[in-house]
Design a protein around this ligand. Structure first.
Ligand SMILES: Cc1cc2nc3c(=O)[nH]c(=O)nc-3n(C[C@H](O)[C@H](O)[C@H](O)COP(=O)(O)OP(=O)(O)OC[C@H]3O[C@@H](n4cnc5c(N)ncnc54)[C@H](O)[C@@H]3O)c2cc1C
Length: 458
């Protein structure tokens, strides 16, 4: 170890190498639970693409594994350190390089916080739509590397839909530019979107060119309460079949609502089985909200409220963002992230309720109803071996159920280290082979985040 550290110190500028064990501690894990992590040799804090390139060329030469880290807000263990790896943090690469309102694009370094991208776009009358729940802390590089979603996806899509081009440093230190700055362009393979969602396993993203859209109108909000999940599920299907595409379309079940109520009272009691929160930010928002409210009412909502007050809308979205912290307050937690066809949301919640009853666990479900992307959150006691085993079993049964219902094992958080084996359940054998071939082509010595996404080869 000391020989490796000596070589790293020779090869890299001392200002970017952190070896103090106390400082290294905060770079070991992301926000995921029950994922493996090791102690890195050192943390690298490069400031430029050239320094990232030098770092990767050196790691390649020394055969040291590298884990790239954005803000560490990931929920699947993708940024967790591996024993004796180098953690390459993009924290210091945090500048917005350019905004071009005519081409409607923004160029940023990877460490810029997502909320700052949105604020900068708004100052030019434009919108960068992706808004993961972690928008105030996550980095744009991490968002691209996980293809992050959020509440806006039902109308606006995911992070990848806004990535026009990238600068990436490959495992051996070579720098590649992908994509374009024009509105259209179809030359060559779409390497840009190969890196989107690659979770640090194909290269280190050092610059991102993002597409912006015109700023939307002030949102109109609909809050519909239902006595049971089935009625809410009927409303979800009726809305997605209808003429209005909401800009936000969220669901929370009773367990989640009661947890939020305990943290920040909104007036929900045991009689509320589920809530749908919808918004329209289009120019016809007022009429849209009336249509959405009507659909909820016809589908069996017990109460429907419409608001055009931006503060109220903001407060309701904040309440939805409280779902995870509120469930966290109930005990140790394990958050799942699965996506099912929207017609199968009720079936998934049904499975979750059966699993919760069978394993005697509390499991709250909230998520993006408009996408079918659900976050069943298992509450357990990590100090109790049988509770821990029950949580693991529940997690596996829910993930398997999502696949069985025609869904996918991750809607937005990524495979990371949490669901490595699950990727092979979802891919057919040829697709799995192609994944491995691509990994081999981009990172032949396998130094970039081994074990993230794909299992490590023997
Ligand atoms: C409270 C909370 C709410 C959340 N809500 C959402 C949500 O609504 N939607 C959602 O999708 N996610 C959500 N997340 C998860 C997380 O915020 C996202 O996955 C986010 O995109 C991670 O960004 P990060 O900068 O923290 O990346 P990290 O956690 O640091 O890294 C994530 C992955 O990206 C890789 N990576 C990071 N930067 C780079 C880079 N420059 N080049 C190559 N690879 C890189 C890492 O190696 C790792 O595999 C939430 C998390 C929390 C804690």
């Amino acid at each position: 170890v000391s020989e490796l550290l000596r070589r790293i110190s020779e090869l890299l500028p001392s200002e970017i190498v952190v070896t103090d064990p106390d400082l290294i501690q905060s770079y070991i894990r992301d926000e995921s639970k029950l994922t493996e992590a090791g102690v890195p040799l050192a943390v690298l804090l490069p400031r430029t693409t050239a320094e990232v390139s030098l770092a990767l060329a050196s790691a390649s030469e020394l055969g040291i594994r590298v884990v790239t880290r954005g803000a560490g807000s990931g929920l699947s263990g993708g940024a967790n350190a591996i024993e004796q790896c180098l953690v390459l943090s993009t924290r210091r690469m945090a500048e917005i390089v350019e905004v071009d309102p005519t081409e409607r694009l923004l160029v940023a370094q990877p460490g810029v916080v997502t909320a700052d991208i949105r604020t900068e776009a708004r100052s030019h009358g434009l919108l960068y739509p992706p808004d993961p729940g972690s928008v105030a802390i996550s980095s744009i590089g991490g968002n691209v590397a996980t293809n992050a979603g959020g509440m806006c996806c039902v109308k606006y899509g995911v992070t990848g839909d806004y990535v026009l081009g990238l600068e990436v440093v490959l495992a051996d230190g070579r720098v590649i530019r992908t994509g374009r700055r024009t509105v259209k362009g179809v030359a060559g393979y779409d390497l840009t979107h190969l890196f989107v969602g690659s979770e640090g396993s194909l290269g280190v993203i050092t610059e991102v060119t993002l597409r912006l859209v015109p700023a939307p109108a002030e949102a109109h909000t609909v809050l519909a309460t239902f006595s049971d999940v089935e009625a809410a599920g009927r409303a979800v299907q009726a809305v997605v079949r209808g003429p209005v595409t909401p800009s936000v379309f969220e669901i929370m079940d009773r367990t989640t609502l009661l947890a939020i109520e305990a943290l920040s009272p909104l007036g929900f009691d045991e009689s509320v089985g589920a809530v749908l929160l919808l918004q329209s930010d289009s120019l016809t928002g007022k009429e849209d909200a009336a249509v959405l409210a009507d659909v909820c009412q016809t589908s069996g909502a017990t109460e429907v409220a419409i608001s055009d007050d931006p503060y109220e809308a903001h407060a309701l979205l904040e309440a939805r963002r409280l779902a995870l912290p509120a469930l966290e307050a109930l005990g140790d937690w394990l958050l799942d992230d699965v996506c099912v066809p929207r017609s199968r949301i009720v079936d998934l919640i049904d499975v979750v309720q059966q699993v919760a009853a069978g394993e005697r666990l509390t499991i709250g479900v909230f998520g993006h109803a408009g996408d079918g992307n659900m976050h069943p959150t298992i509450i357990f006691n990590a100090q109790n071996e049988s509770s821990l085993s029950a949580a693991r079993r529940a997690f596996d049964r829910i993930t398997a159920a999502a696949l069985h219902l025609g869904g996918t094992v991750t809607g937005e958080h990524g495979i990371g280290r949490l669901k490595t084996g699950w990727l092979l359940h979802e891919l057919d054998s040829v697709a799995a082979q192609m994944h491995m071939t691509l990994k081999q082509a981009f990172d032949p010595s396998g130094i970039l985040s081994p074990g993230v996404g794909l299992p490590q080869p023997d």
